[in-house]
Design a protein around this ligand. Structure first.
Ligand code: ADP
Length: 478
C-alpha cells in the first residue's frame, strides 16, 4: 500500500529530526559529564597543591599527633576526604570516610584520577606519589560527587521525558505543514478531475503565487488548451468526413432505388446506373484512402531521412502518370530542369510519399487550369536546398482561400461546385512536406495562376536533422 505524500514526508522528516535530536542529546550528555569531571579534577589538583604545601611546612615541625590534629581541623584542605601515607613508615593521616575503601590499599599510582564508590557515596579520587623533604608520600584526595551526580541524573530524566514530547510535537507540526503545502496540489487534482470531454474549454484556477504550484497550473492549462485544440480538430475532421462520405453514398442509394423501382428498364439503363454507382464507389474509395493517409500521417513520426531519393526522377515519374490527364484537358505540361550546374538533386525521404506529393500538386495544377493553359514543373538546387515547383496559368486562388487551402476538406467556393476533389489533397501534401522537414510556399493571383514551391533540405545537410519545422506552409498572393 502506497502512503500519501504528506504521511511519507512527515515520517522522513520525523526520522531525521529524531536521529538529530538523539545525537544532540548524547553529545550534550557526554559533554556535560566531561565538563563536570574537568572542573572537579581541577579542584582536586588545587587541593593537592595545598596539601603538599601543608605537609612540606608542618611535617618536620610538629609531632605526628599534633600534625593529625591540626590537619583534621583545617577548613580549606577538606581533610574528611584525605589520606597521607609515608611510604616507608605507614599512614600519617586517614579520614574515616576513606578508611574502609580499597583506595587506601592501591598498589599502582595510575590512573591518577578515577571515579569510584566510597561506601554509599560516589567519589572522584586523585592519587599522587611524590617526595617531600626526603620522604616518599602517597597522597589520596577525594571529592564527593553526590551533588553533580544529582544534576546529571536530573538532566537525564529531563531528556527522557522531553524527547518523546518534542518528537510528537514536531511530527504533528511537520504533518500540518506538509498538509498545508500540498493543499493546492489536492485542489488542482480535484479541479483537473472534473474536466472531461464535454467541458474541455474549462481551465484550472491559477493563483499568482509565483511558486511551483502556479507553474504546474499554467502547464496543465497549456496542456488542456493543446488537448482541446486537437479534440476540436478531430471533431471537425469527423464531421467533415461523414459529410463527404454521405454525398456519394446518397447518390449510390438514389441511383439504385431508381433502377429498382423500374423493373421494366432496359439493360442499357441498368448498365448506366451501375456505372454511376461504380463512379461514386470509386470516389468514396479515394476519399477513404486519403483519410487513412492523413490518419497515418498524424500518428507517424518523421520519415526516415537517410533514404536518398532523386527528386528529379520522382517528378519525371509523376509527370508521366499525369501526361494523359493533361492531354485530355488540353494542358501543356512543361518540365524545366537546369542542366548546367544544377548540383545534386537528391534528398533524404520516402520515395512513394514524394511521388504522391508531386501527383497532388500536378493534379491540382491541371484541374484548376482551363484548356489551352500551361503547367510548368521545375526542380533545382540552391545551396543546401533542393526546390520543387509547379506553376500553372490557371484560375488562381483568392487571398481568403490562400490562408485556408491546406486545411482538411477545404475547397474554394469557385471550385466547390465543380464536384471534383475532396479538399484533402493539400492537407496530405502538407503532412508529407512536414514529415520531410521541408517547407511549402504558395504564390497565386486570381485569374493568372499559381506556383506551389517545396524546399527540401538537400541530402547530407545537417539542417535535415533539425526538428520538424512548425511553419511548413508559407503563402503569398501576387
Ligand atoms: P481538392 O481535392 O479540392 O483539389 P486540395 O486540398 O488539393 O483539394 O485543394 C484545396 C483547394 O485549394 C482547392 O479546392 C482549390 O480551391 C485550391 N487549389 C489548390 N491548388 C490550386 C491551384 N493550382 N489553382 C487554383 N486553386 C487551387
Amino acid at each position: 500500500m502506497r502512503l500519501p505524500i504528506r504521511t511519507r514526508l512527515t515520517a522522513v522528516y520525523s526520522a531525521i529530526f529524531c536521529i538529530g535530536m538523539i545525537a544532540l542529546e548524547v553529545v550534550t550528555y557526554v559533554g556535560l559529564n566531561a565538563a563536570i569531571e574537568t572542573v572537579v579534577d581541577r579542584d582536586l589538583e588545587a587541593r593537592l597543591a595545598g596539601v603538599v604545601d601543608y605537609v612540606d611546612n608542618h611535617i618536620a615541625k610538629l609531632s605526628l599527633a599534633r600534625f593529625q590534629h591540626d590537619l583534621a581541623g583545617h577548613g580549606t584542605l577538606r581533610p574528611e576526604w584525605l589520606i597521607i601515607r609515608d611510604m616507608q613508615a605507614g599512614d600519617i593521616f586517614e579520614s574515616p570516610a576513606l578508611r574502609e575503601t580499597a583506595l587506601s590499599r592501591r598498589a599502582s599510582p595510575s590512573p591518577r584520577f578515577m571515579s569510584t564508590q566510597a561506601g554509599p557515596v560516589r567519589v572522584r579520587v586523585l592519587l599522587d606519589r611524590r617526595a617531600i623533604r626526603g620522604h616518599r608520600y602517597e597522597l589520596i584526595l577525594a571529592t564527593d560527587l553526590s551533588g553533580t551526580s544529582e544534576i546529571i541524573r536530573y538532566f537525564r530524566l529531563l531528556l527522557i521525558l522531553l524527547t518523546p514530547v518534542i518528537l510528537a510535537a514536531s511530527a504533528a507540526a511537520g504533518y500540518a505543514i506538509s498538509a498545508r503545502a500540498l493543499t493546492p496540489v489536492s485542489d488542482l487534482t480535484r479541479a483537473a478531475g472534473k474536466i472531461g470531454a464535454p467541458c474541455l474549454s474549462q481551465r484550472l484556477t491559477v493563483h499568482q503565487s509565483g511558486d511551483e504550484i502556479e507553474e504546474l497550473a499554467l502547464t496543465l492549462n497549456r496542456m488542456l488548451a493543446r488537448i482541446e485544440s486537437s479534440f476540436l480538430q478531430i471533431r471537425q475532421f469527423t464531421s467533415d468526413a461523414s459529410h463527404e462520405l454521405r454525398t456519394p453514398l446518397a447518390a449510390i442509394r438514389a441511383t439504385t432505388e431508381v433502377a429498382l423501382l423500374n423493373p421494366s428498364g432496359s439493360a442499357d439503363s441498368y448498365r448506366q446506373a451501375l456505372h454511376r454507382v461504380l463512379g461514386e464507389a470509386e470516389r468514396n474509395t479515394v476519399l477513404l484512402d486519403n483519410m487513412l493517409r492523413l490518419a497515418r500521417a498524424d500518428s507517424a513520426t518523421v520519415v526516415p531521412i537517410s533514404n536518398p531519393v532523386d527528386l528529379e526522377k520522382k517528378l519525371a515519374q509523376a509527370c508521366e502518370r499525369m501526361a494523359n490527364l493533361a492531354t485530355e484537358n488540353r494542358i501543356q505540361l512543361r518540365t524545366s530542369i537546369p542542366v548546367q550546374g544544377r548540383g545534386d538533386l537528391r534528398i533524404g525521404g520516402d520515395s512513394d510519399q514524394l511521388i504522391r506529393l508531386c501527383l497532388i500538386l500536378l493534379d491540382n495544377a491541371i484541374k484548376y487550369t482551363p484548356g489551352g493553359g500551361t503547367v510548368t514543373v521545375e526542380v533545382n538546387r540552391v545551396g543546401e536546398t533542393v526546390s520543387l515547383s509547379v506553376t500553372d496559368t490557371g484560375i488562381g486562388i483568392s487571398d481568403d482561400d490562400l490562408a485556408r487551402i491546406f486545411e482538411r476538406f477545404y475547397r474554394a467556393d469557385a471550385v466547390r461546385t465543380s464536384g471534383s476533389g475532396s479538399g484533402l489533397g493539400l492537407a496530405i501534401a502538407k503532412a508529407i512536406v512536414e514529415s520531410h522537414r521541408a517547407t511549402i510556399h504558395v504564390r497565386s493571383s486570381l485569374g493568372s495562376g499559381s506556383t506551389f514551391r517545396v524546399d527540401f533540405p538537400a541530402l547530407l545537410s545537417t539542417a535535415a536533422l533539425s526538428p520538424r519545422t512548425p511553419h511548413a506552409v508559407i503563402v503569398q498572393s501576387l
